[in-house]
Design a protein around this ligand. Structure first.
Ligand code: PNS
Length: 160
């Protein structure tokens, strides 16, 4: 049985993330979508809010997806979960440098864990959580970029 970890901040979950999750669920027996608890990074949604949103959106659609929260080193968490694979999405060449560095560092720390890069559908290649937050905050439409539930929560958060 192959278990993959798809780690990230998911602040908030976008259709780009959902696309990568869907592709991963076809390749691996179990996909753990792991939200990083990072006290250094100011987030729009709390860990609890992100977890709840992701449960509601992902669990009915993908039976082999588990939502979890982690802190500390990703490779330690992956070992604890007996995962063999770390999944990362790469949208453009600009993502590659950082991802390559992280994959090699993770390999040095845990050579038995393989990082697999996946590309989302091209119409999500310019999509990021950061831009979604900025657009929503400035009153623009994020329809078609994030699941409806996320869109609703963003509207509530930035209601004037
Ligand atoms: O959504 P993000 O911010 O691109 O996700 C980055 C993430 C969570 C994959 C990365 O920051 C991470 O793995 N953090 C855990 C700490 C860790 O293992 N650091 C060493 C990486 S080589």
């Amino acid at each position: 049985m192959t278990t993959a970890i798809y780690p990230g901040s998911f602040d908030p979950l976008t259709f780009g993330h959902v696309d990568i999750i869907e592709r991963s669920t076809r390749l691996f027996d179990k996909v753990i979508v792991a939200i990083l608890t990072n006290p250094q990074k100011a987030a729009l949604f709390t860990i609890k809010e992100r977890t709840e949103l992701m449960h509601d959106i992902l669990e009915p659609r993908f039976p082999n997806v588990e939502i979890d929260v982690f802190e500390g080193l990703l490779v330690d968490y992956a070992k604890q979960k007996k995962a063999q694979v770390i999944v990362r999405g790469i949208r453009a060449i600009s993502d590659y440098e950082y991802e390559f560095q992280m994959a090699l560092m993770n390999r040095r720390l845990a050579p038995e864990i393989e990082t697999v890069f996946m590309t989302p559908a091209e119409h999500y290649s310019y999509l990021s959580s950061r831009l979604v937050k900025e657009i929503a905050e400035l009153g623009g439409s994020v329809s078609g970029l994030v699941p409806e539930l996320v869109e609703k929560r963003l509207k509530q958060r930035f209601k004037k």
